[in-house]
Design a protein around this ligand. Sequence first.
Ligand code: NAD
Length: 474
Amino acid sequence: MENWSKFYIDGKWVQPASQNTSDLIDPATEKVYATVAMGNEEDIDRAVKAARQAFMTYSKTTVDERIQLLKKIHAAFVKREAAISATVTQEVGMPIAVSSGFLLDWCKLHTLETIEILRKYAFAEKLGTTTLYKEPIGVVGMITPWNFPIGQIFTKILPALATGCTMVLKPSQLTPLDGIIAAEILDEAGVPPGVFNLVNGDGRVVGEAISQHPDIDMVSFTGSTRAGIQIAKSAADTIKRVVNELGGKSANILLEDADFETAVENAVGNCFFLNGQACDAGTRLLVPRNRLEEATKIAARVANAYVSGAPSDPQTTLGPVMNATQFKSVQNYIQSGIDQGAKLAAGGVGRPEGIHAGYFVKPTIFSDVKSDMKIYREEIFGPVLTISAYQDLEDAARMANDTVYGLAAHITGKDMDKVRQLSRELRAGSVFVNSPDLDPKAPFGGYRQSGNGRECGEHGFTEFLEIKAVVGHG
Ligand code: NAD
């Protein structure tokens, strides 16, 4: 890719101000496959100036002009589908079945949904003698993680473009190629110069420069709670809006009447999705006490059937975790589960049998996990499922809510009255009932330390708008 050493600023591929570069390591082989440019404060400053300038005209474009632009983005995305899947599979080790399925569907469904929202959205409304105008907030700084890379980029750039904002994107330093692909798509679609700008780099320098920049009006961040706290602090001096989409430790509750064979299989699949690195994964499976043994047996059998291997092989169902740091961290969690007395039902420390390179973790199931264990409380971000027993539904809700996070919860059961009642007890931004399909209308975001604000759907769209009240308008 010719643009690996450049940034996309003001509609052009430009040389970075900084000479710094970073090697990208394939998590499945531990081999370097690319070297990319890393930016600094000067690059961000240049990108923000371009975005500020472009905002003057882009914020005045009509709804129809922006709908046409989004349609062209959709078409440019579809042209690159095969390249996108292959890139993501190499970058993060996402099994090709996922990167050529769910990931692409996510981007396309959200593009089409954004077009629908934009078509219908009331940017002006009457309220007494007041007219309320919803106006684009301005220049948005976007900082994204690596685990669902182009998906997270699209989740931010679509509503920003639709509402008339301009933007500066810093993708994760581990997945910069996704930002480059996104820039190429927007360039081909004819997004005007300066509306979208890309600067690659790390969080400490480039991310921090975005959070602090006085000419950025909003930061849209997705990543760890640790970084979200730092970003909120750094952004505080300039009172910019901060939308934080952070980590989670979500519960997955099986009701007594669930079909356990399917429900436990789905629960393992949900936890192991994205190689165990999905922010909303149901990593704590909660089952009725008298079904603990049965659930554990099914989960172990399902986990042992996972196929670890080259992510580009369609047979592979579990790829590696992201990098050496992540691998070490997940290994430490598994060891802590063993040390703290959880029952290891499948997997354990070390690589899966027969695999000698790559950051592959054994698909791991712990049972009879107690609420004071580290593996029950902390976000592991690897293919490690904990199973715990509850007494009754009140106990299940209490256990699900016993966390500093509140990103998601999952419920499987047949009695919909019970399911609905339980869903209202859970302190989480999303409750997924009976393993539903993706609904692009559903907003996504967290309670408590999982963040604030929402992405996706109309609620995600409105995050990019300011409200102006023209009082006495008649
Ligand atoms: P991370 O916080 O390490 O990095 C995310 C991004 O923030 C990267 O671009 C990084 O460079 C940047 N960053 C790091 N420190 C920064 C700082 N001090 N200032 C500014 N930017 C900074 O997270 P990650 O490891 O890339 O992603 C995994 C985490 O993301 C998990 O905790 C996961 O739960 C969370 N996540 C949340 C959601 C959600 O929608 N809630 C979605 C996906 C991932």
